[in-house]
Design a protein around this ligand. Structure first.
Ligand code: ADP
Length: 448
């Protein structure tokens, strides 16, 4: 049993992790940069340690400072949260070498899934369908051209180290291949320090459907159903829902079984997500995230399971204690990501939040570290709140979401709240018939 967990993150997710620990009687240590000394997780945690100045590389990515904080506070385990060091295998390894438990999968599993080419190869070996593409990295244009020509355009050039939609460019024609490949490489080099790329068939109009899995250290694996994350801008998710409005019960069962089988054979432990594109009734694996995800609350809302609690339990070596058939799916849930950004230009809008009021009532959950007078620092991600709503049906959920967004007040910084209000009212969104292209074309139409 963990006595004390160090939370190596910030913002709403640090608070989310603290809450799960608290309910389990586990003491928490919040680490923070000097920009976050007034943060909600810092205020609520049992102990807190300042680990450096505002830039993430000096604080939330500062491995020696985080390990020192764990040592001085006597923590048993470190939870990396989402982003920052969550998918850094070197960090996971160092944590374990220093005698702390890393709350996450083994460094080897982080490594294989962090390399998107290796991840795809692994999934192919495990019998999971993937998007057709190059057999591994393409070194240069001479290697890329025959692959793309054979596959047919459009093709997508993707960074091997990719994440957050960066290092990804579409070549619509053979003429565009050279330029788009250079652009993808440059973006990948800047974002990840690694410019290796591979090629995939560009699916014209898919949905993004992902499966939440959980594995203990004893070979038990379950899934918590799928999340549909097709509402995206620049390949980044904005609204997520569960279940997907377009999956049949048979398709749902099939992708759940395929995902748990693959994860079981992989010998994986912890929470994880297999991401797929879904088009014309077929699934294509694109990547696996070896961590908790921002959108995990929609799965919690329809299953009633606290995924962070489960993550902590399996990290302590406890067996799951239940099987797939004991996970009951009930109702429909949608999450809106509220970002501190200009609703039309999407430019981040840090600053002081003069007043904050969260919606409430039956079926409404808000994960946010905001409070009146809080200052959103300019150094980090602009996600400031997640509004998660559950209803017995999708229609009930939509009505509840619309009224929750009406109740939400965040003043002092610009947010994308109005955009969410418009999305929720839109007939295409309401019908459930949208794909990953929908939001961008909708935005383009609105600004025309
Ligand atoms: P990242 O790790 O950068 O998030 P992913 O591989 O998860 O990249 O893809 C992010 C998003 O990019 C997907 O949800 C989808 O919208 C789009 N995408 C990725 N691969 C393809 C593809 N082969 N065809 C069309 N869209 C794709």
């Amino acid at each position: 049993m963990f006595r004390k967990v160090l939370i190596a993150n910030r913002g709403e997710i640090a608070l989310r992790l603290h809450r799960a620990c608290r309910e389990m009687g586990i003491h928490t240590v919040a680490v923070h940069s000097t920009a976050d000394s007034e943060a909600m997780a810092v205020r609520l945690a049992d102990e807190s340690v300042c680990i450096g100045p505002p830039p993430a590389r000096d604080s939330y990515l500062n491995i020696p400072a985080i390990l020192s904080a764990a040592a001085v506070t006597g923590a048993d385990a470190i939870h990396p949260g989402i982003g920052f060091l969550a998918e850094n295998s070197r960090f996971a390894k160092i944590v374990e070498e220093h005698g702390f438990t890393f709350i996450g999968p083994s460094p080897a599993h982080i490594d294989v899934m962090g390399d998107k080419v290796a991840a795809k190869r692994t999934m192919i070996e495990l019998g999971v369908p993937t998007v057709p593409g190059s057999d591994g990295v393409v070194e240069d244009l001479d290697e890329a051209r025959p692959v793309a020509d054979a596959m047919g355009y459009p093709v997508l050039i993707k960074a091997v180290a990719g994440g957050g939609g960066r290092g990804m460019k579409v070549a619509w024609t053979a003429e565009e291949l050279s330029t788009q490949m250079s652009l993808a490489r440059a973006e990948a080099r800047a974002a990840f320090g690694d410019d290796s790329v591979y090629i995939e068939k560009y699916l014209p109009d898919p949905r993004h459907i992902e499966v939440q899995i959980l594995a203990d250290q004893h070979g038990n694996v379950v899934h918590f159903g799928e999340r549909d994350c097709s509402v995206q801008r620049r390949h980044q998710k904005l609204v997520e829902e569960a279940p997907s409005p377009v999956l049949s019960a048979a398709a749902r069962a099939e992708i759940g079984r395929l995902s748990t089988d693959a994860v079981r054979r992989l010998g994986y432990r912890g929470v994880g997500t297999l991401e797929f594109l879904y088009q014309d009734g077929a699934f294509y694996f694109i990547e696996m995230n070896t961590r908790l995800q921002v959108e995990h609350p929609v799965s919690e809302a329809i299953t009633g399971v606290d995924l962070v609690r489960e993550q902590l339990r399996v990290a302590m070596g406890e067996p799951l204690g239940y099987g797939q058939e004991e996970i009951a799916f009930d109702g429909h849930a949608i999450e809106c990501r509220i970002n501190a950004e200009h609703p039309e230009t999407f430019i981040p809008s840090p600053g002081r939040v003069n007043s904050y009021h969260a919606p409430g009532g039956l079926g409404v959950r808000v994960d946010s570290a905001l409070y009146d007078g809080y200052t959103v620092p300019p150094y980090y991600d602009s996600l400031i709140a997640k509004v998660i709503v559950r209803g017995r049906s999708r229609d009930e959920c939509l009505a509840r979401l619309a009224r929750s967004l009406e109740e939400l007040v965040i003043s002092g910084v610009a947010t994308n709240q109005a955009l969410h209000v418009a999305i929720v009212q839109d007939p295409a969104f309401r019908s459930g018939q949208y794909t990953i292209r929908w939001l961008e074309s909708w935005l383009a139409e609105r600004s025309a």
